[in-house]
Design a protein. Structure first.
Length: 190
C-alpha cells in the first residue's frame, strides 16, 4: 500500500509491520522513524545495513524469529536498502512473524523497482516516498524553531538557511543545531 508523506497519521502500528521508506529526504525519513516508530513503540531498535544482513544472514534470521521475555515488540531498521532485500522480506512475511516492525530505509527507487512495486501492491506492507522539502515547508520548520527558542530572525536569514539545506531536513537540522549551540553560549540576533 502506498502512503504519501502527509498521510503518516494513517499508519496503523497494530495492523502493519513492514515499511519501505524511500527517497532523498533523509532528515524527514529519520524524523518519521523516530516519531512514529521509536517513540510510539518505545523499544530500542536494532539497526542494520543491508550488507551486514547478507554477510550474516543466519544471525539476522535468529534475531527476527526469536522471542524475548524482555521485549514485547522488536523494531528492526535496515538502512541503505537495495533490490537484493526483496526476497528476504518476502521470506519473513511468509513466516508470519508477529510483534516485529521492519523498516527499510532506501535512497531513490525507480518506478520499475521490484522492491518498490512489491511494497506498493502488497496489502501487508506500506511504501512511503520522501521527496525533497520545498521552501514553504522548510520556512515553517525554521520559524517554529526560532519561535520555540525565542530568537528573533529576519526573512533574509531564513532564506539563507533554506538555500543552505538544499531541500533536506537533515541538512536543515544540522544548521539549526549549530545555531542553537552558538546561541547557548552567546545572546544572538539573527
Amino acid at each position: 500500500m502506498i502512503l504519501k508523506s502527509f498521510e503518516l497519521s494513517k499508519i496503523n502500528l497494530e495492523k502493519n509491520n513492514y515499511f519501505l521508506l524511500y527517497g532523498e529526504n533523509e532528515g524527514f525519513k529519520n524524523d518519521v522513524i523516530k516519531k512514529i516508530f521509536e517513540e510510539k513503540i518505545q523499544e530500542n531498535p536494532y539497526r542494520y545495513e543491508e550488507d551486514e544482513i547478507f554477510n550474516n544472514k543466519e544471525s539476522f534470521f535468529n534475531k527476527v524469529l526469536s522471542k524475548s521475555f524482555f521485549e514485547e515488540k522488536k523494531i528492526i531498521i535496515i538502512s541503505r536498502v537495495t533490490e537484493r532485500i526483496k526476497e528476504l522480506i518476502e521470506e519473513i512475511i511468509d513466516k508470519q512473524v508477529e510483534d516485529i516492525k521492519i523498516i527499510l530505509n532506501s535512497g531513490i527507487l525507480e518506478k520499475k523497482s521490484k522492491l518498490r512495486n512489491f511494497f506498493e501492491k502488497n496489502k501487508k506492507t506500506i511504501c512511503i516516498p520522501f521527496y525533497n522539502d520545498n521552501a514553504q515547508t522548510l520556512n515553517v520548520i525554521i520559524n517554529n524553531f526560532f519561535k520555540s527558542k525565542k530568537i528573533p530572525v529576519s526573512q533574509q536569514s531564513i532564506n539563507l538557511l533554506i538555500g543552505r539545506c538544499r531541500g533536506d531536513r537533515k541538512n536543515l537540522q544540522n544548521e539549526l543545531n549549530k545555531i542553537e549551540n552558538y546561541s547557548k553560549n552567546k545572546k544572538i540576533l539573527i
